[in-house]
Design a protein around this ligand. Structure first.
Ligand SMILES: [Zn+2]
Length: 205
């Protein structure tokens, strides 16, 4: 036990919080002390939400977005335009695009981008299932909305090579965003505009 901590329970709790991304030990300590001051019910609700999320959350079998049901709310909404699919890296990107209220199509969540340096290849991402979706028919346009990093460009190009022979229209979101910015950090207005002003993807890097 670290002598700095008056209690092993406290130290354990701080260690767990400190494992979260962006949370250092100081912040972890602040959060733990905050929870300790709360009513028992509030803390149980907090812990319960985390455990229930892990036990019950599913990933949509169509788009791989997080979902409470087999098919997510977006995919199963008949008001959405099922002929357009927006390809994003992660679930936060879906939320960012939804927040713009400029997009009525469906999504495809890749789960990342191709990054040889991190050991992430096409097989680690939901690319094959995207190809299968397009092959199944009914999709007229695939919008590439990945980050403007080298990895994002590489992934765009890989997808282009896979989808181009299938005759689907491929477009890429317009870039009001500085190169290297990740999609989730773009403000809603800029992101909304870049979706509306998307351009055909020609495969030129
Ligand atoms: Zn879905």
């Amino acid at each position: 036990m670290n002598e700095q901590y008056p209690s092993v329970l406290l130290e354990k709790a701080v260690s767990e919080f400190a494992k979260l991304p962006g949370i250092g030990r100081k912040t972890a300590m602040r959060l733990v002390l905050h929870l300790l001051r709360q009513e028992r019910e509030a803390v149980e609700a907090f812990a319960g939400a985390v455990v229930t999320l892990k036990h019950e959350a599913k990933f949509c079998k169509v788009c791989h977005n997080i979902s409470d049901t087999e098919t997510c709310r977006i995919c199963s909404n008949p008001q959405r335009d099922a002929s357009t699919v927006c390809v994003v890296e992660n679930i936060r990107d879906v939320m960012a695009v939804e927040a713009t209220q400029q997009y009525r199509g469906l999504y495809h969540v890749l789960g990342g981008v191709i990054s040889p340096i991190d050991g992430i290849g096409p097989g680690d991402l939901q690319i094959e299932s995207l190809v299968e979706r397009v092959k199944a028919g009914g999709i007229n346009e695939v919008i590439l909305a990945l980050s403007t990093t080298m990895e994002g460009d590489t992934t765009n190009f890989y997808i282009y090579r896979k989808l181009e022979p299938l005759g689907v229209k491929l477009s890429v979101i317009a870039r009001g965003i500085a190169v290297g910015d990740e999609l989730e950090y773009a403000d809603e207005v800029t992101l909304g505009r870049s979706i509306v002003n998307r351009t055909p993807f020609t495969g030129s890097l």
